[in-house]
Design a protein around this ligand. Sequence first.
Ligand SMILES: [Fe+2]
Length: 289
Amino acid sequence: MSPRSAPPAPTEPPRPFVERRHAPVGPTALSVDMHIHTNFSDAPKCTLDAITERCRESGVGVAVCDHNEIRGAMGLIERDEILCVPALEVGSREKLEFLAYFDDPAKLERFYSREVEPYKRARFFTKLDRSFTHLIPAAKEAGALVCLPHPFGPSYKNVNHGRERKAALFDPHMFRHVDLIEVINGHMRDHRNFKAYMLSEVFEKNVTAGSDAHLPKDIGTIYLRFDRAMDRKGVYDLLHFPIKVGMTTTYRFSNFARTAAGVIPKHLQLFVSRKRQREWVMKYNGGEV
Ligand SMILES: [Fe+2]
C-alpha cells in the first residue's frame, strides 16, 4: 500500500467536540429548541406547567424567547426542572427582531431591566421605543449572543424590509455584532429557511434552529442536537461553534392557522385592554411569577 493511501496512525484518542469547561449546573438535555414563547408574551397555551410537561415528555430543553419579556424564561429557570437557556426576543422601534442568548440569568435580568423594560410600548408586544442600532450593541455589551430569527419571514420579519433599516442592519459595523442566523424556524416555509441558511453561509455566521412554538405541542419539533447532555452554559458555549440543526416536522398551513388563533387574540387583547397594558409595562419584580 502506498504511503499516500495509508490512514495516519492514531497518536492520541479522539478529542471530544468541545471540552467541557465547567461542571454542569442545573438540568441538562441532549436537544434544545432554541426559540419558544410563553403566556407571558403571546402564547396563551404555553404556561410554565405545560412547557415543563412537554419538555419532560420529549426530553428537550428550551430557550424561552418571549417578545420583550423575561418572566417566562426566569420562571422556568427558577423552577429548575427543565433545561432553559436565558434568552429573549427583542423587537426594536423599526420592528426588527433579534434573539439574545445569555449564559447567565443574572445577565439576562440586567439587560432586560436596563435596555428593554423602560422602553416597552403599552399596546405592542413586539415593539420597543428604541432603535436596534442601540439595542444590538447593548445586548453584545451585556454578554449576549445575538441571533437573527426568521430572516426571510414575511413583512417586517424579513431582513430586507425597508431600505433604510436594511442598510443600517447590513452596515459592517452593525452586522459584525450578529453571531447567529436561525436557519430553521417552525413557522417558515422551506424556501425561506433555505435562504436563511444561505445567509449564514455568505456571512459565515453560525446557525441555530427553533420551533418558534406558540403551542405546547410544537415545542421540541425543531432543535439543536448535541453529542451529550448539555446544561444551559454548555449550550451557550457551543453556540460559538459551527453546529448541526434538525427538525421532526414540516411547515403545515393548518398548524400556522392554529397558532394564529392563539396569537392574534393575545395581541388584540393587549391593544384594547388598559388592564393588560398596565400589566405588560409593569416593573419586573425580580423573577416572581
Ligand atoms: Fe418568536
